[in-house]
Design a protein around this ligand. Sequence first.
Ligand code: CA
Length: 229
Amino acid sequence: MSRILIIEDETEIADLERDYLELSGFEVEIEHQGDVGLKRALTEDYDLFILDLMLPGMDGFEICREIRRSKNTPVLMVSAKKDDIDKIRGLGLGADDYITKPFSPSELVARVKAHLARYERLIGSGIQENDVIEIRGLKIDKTARRVWVNGEEKNFTTKEFDLLTFLAQNPNRVFTKDELFKEIWDMESIGDIATVTVHIKKIREKIEFNTAKPQYIETIWGVGYRFKV
Ligand code: CA
């Protein structure tokens, strides 16, 4: 039997969700407090999480982010505001679905079933999930070599992709242009460290909202670059 954890502070909503899910044969537990909910989510074995956004203790954004650090379990986020749903999508937290309150219980059950089925197929097939890096609105799928910025896919050349990925998977570390050149370009190839500068500029044009104030790749004057997390 699939086990579901609902993290929701409004008792009536939580009970309603539980009643419908139990009728559909799921084992359901409720936690009203955000931080306690996260602890249970991380230490116990659940097949799916239903997560409210505004919660006492810790909000749904943070909980989702923390769950995704160690688990691929489906996460359905629930919010009263359509605006919040857009915000969650933009943040690229790794939630699998978003539902706006008020929702019909049958819609919730249908979505839960769909996500559980998809997740079970994934686990059962032994297919590895793609290796994905998500940092704020930036999503890098290393397996598929694809990049999205706030949900919109951007095209990268091979070297741009390699450079961005290398920086993103080594965050908060400063690399000199020399180090980056050695890492990404074959030293036998023609080129010099100015190539690094050119590529950083191109990457910024694709991922930064304002290239003059980069939120991802910082220039450390006189040293090199650092990917900020
Ligand atoms: Ca709430």
